[in-house]
Design a protein around this ligand. Structure first.
Ligand code: ADP
Ligand code: ASP
Ligand code: MG
Length: 412
């Protein structure tokens, strides 16, 4: 029988009624003749609560125990989903990550899936089971410890199962009915896209559009998984939602397809660094060793052999970054006058594969921010995106202005 993967996010399994609603969607696919692998998130708010408890124990907690605690939310929903399906007379069984086992790297709290052996679940399908419910977001390291895949990781679990089981499709059920031109919570003018190219979705996700975890899009692209995002609260047909697919499947693409934002950004500046060969390596080496994800980097023009180096990173890595550069200074590897941290910035980006062949996108973006009197602190570009760092209080305004400037509401 063909296999379908269906993933339900936190709001879609927030209580027993919602779990029943999700189970009805599973039942419909079983009745269509699919064997289904259901991937579940924790009930909405649960993971945040668990993370809060861990952080309450100590600011420098052991990541292995973090994973032991925060993975538990998914265990509850997996069991409840299997029970709900059984109540509907659908043969179903639940699996926690380690039981499959979902084998991952040992990078606790951001582990990568290495392998998903099919044997257990295939055997149960052969014996007549119709639905395998798997706890998302979690796996097991080669040391035998529970790991988690980073926030939003159940999306990645779903795509990885779809690849391992050569599923016909991977359907991501969530609280919006697809991928929009921008976060519909920020502007009601956001428009749902019927299709979006893998490359664009990858950029949007990595620039903050949390509707899909970045890694899940990477995996779908690599393993050619047909990936669809759709609502768990609306009736769906074969063509509902948004299909994430190859560029070739999209007839006409816009220069800019979407606007993404990321609220949790910080900007750090090393003031008056000696400008000499190797200085960038001396700064960014220790930051990398400390696990800081540096994003944008700017170095000012040198004056009298001194320069300012500015970079951005996620707000929750600021302490780690400060410690890494301060220790490098104490070891005499770098020398700077002072360290400035700005925690009140946000990143806003425009994304589109059409940018490859169109000039003028940056100019239009900067002009529209200027018209709103929004100051740009840092800029970075790639082939299909332009990002700016701005004051966080202007983030919504910037997203709305760019959405208007690139006419994303209208050009369907
Ligand atoms: P789930 O719990 O189902 O995994 P998430 O909260 O992780 O759901 O992701 C869905 C949310 O992503 C939406 O509610 C929406 O606010 C947000 N989002 C951000 N950018 C976009 C976008 N471009 N299109 C759709 N949703 C987006
Ligand atoms: N429950 C996890 C989180 O909130 C994983 C997920 O829902 O995808 O990040
Ligand atoms: Mg999510």
């Amino acid at each position: 029988m063909p296999i379908l993967v269906m993933k339900f996010g936190g709001t879609s399994v927030a209580d027993l009624d919602r779990i029943r609603n999700a189970a009805e969607k599973v039942r419909a696919e079983v009745e269509r003749g699919y064997n289904v692998i259901v991937i579940v998130s924790a009930m909405s708010g649960k993971t945040n609560e668990l993370v809060g408890w861990v952080e309450g124990t100590s600011p420098l907690f052991d990541a292995r125990e973090y994973d032991a605690v925060v993975s538990s939310g998914e265990n509850v929903t997996a069991g409840l989903m299997a029970l709900t399906l059984q109540e509907m007379d659908i043969p179903a069984r639940s699996w926690q990550g380690w039981q499959v086992p979902v084998k991952t790297s040992s990078a606790h709290s951001s582990a990568r899936i290495k392998e998903i052996p099919r044997a257990h679940i295939d055997q149960k399908f052969d014996e007549g089971m119709r639905v395998a419910v798997v706890a998302g977001f979690q796996g097991i390291s080669s040391e035998g410890r529970i790991t988690t895949l980073g926030r939003g990781g159940s999306d990645t679990t779903a795509v990885a199962f779809a690849a391992a089981f050569t599923a016909e499709r991977c359907d991501i059920y969530t609280d919006v009915d697809g991928v929009y031109t921008t976060d519909p919570r920020i502007t009601s003018k956001a428009r749902k896209l019927d299709k979006i190219a893998f490359e664009e979705m990858l950029e949007l996700a990595s620039l903050g559009a949390k509707v899909l975890q970045t890694r899940s899009v990477e995996l779908a692209m690599r393993y050619k998984v047909r990936l669809r995002v759709l609502s768990s609260f609306e009736p769906n047909t074969e063509t509902s939602g948004t299909l994430v697919c190859d560029e070739e499947e999209i007839m006409e693409s816009n220069v800019v397809s979407g606007v993404a934002h990321s609220r949790d950004e910080a900007k750090m500046t090393l003031v008056s660094v000696a400008d000499r060969p190797g200085i960038a390596a001396a700064i960014f080496g220790p930051l990398a060793d400390a696990g800081v994800n540096v994003d944008m980097i700017v170095q000012n023009i040198s004056d009298d052999g001194r320069t300012d180096v500015t970079f951005s990173c996620p707000t929750d890595q600021v302490l780690r970054a400060e410690r890494a550069v301060t220790e490098a200074k104490e070891r005499g590897e770098i020398n700077f006058l002072k360290l400035l941290s700005d925690n009140a910035v946000a990143k806003v980006s425009v994304v589109g594969i059409g940018m490859r062949s169109h000039a003028g996108v940056a100019a239009k973006m900067f002009k529209s921010l200027r018209d709103e009197n929004i100051n740009i602190k840092v800029i970075s570009t790639s082939e299909i995106k332009i990002s700016v760092l701005i004051e966080r209080k202007y983030m919504e305004l910037a997203v709305q202005a760019l959405h208007d400037a690139f006419e994303l509401e209208g050009n369907s």
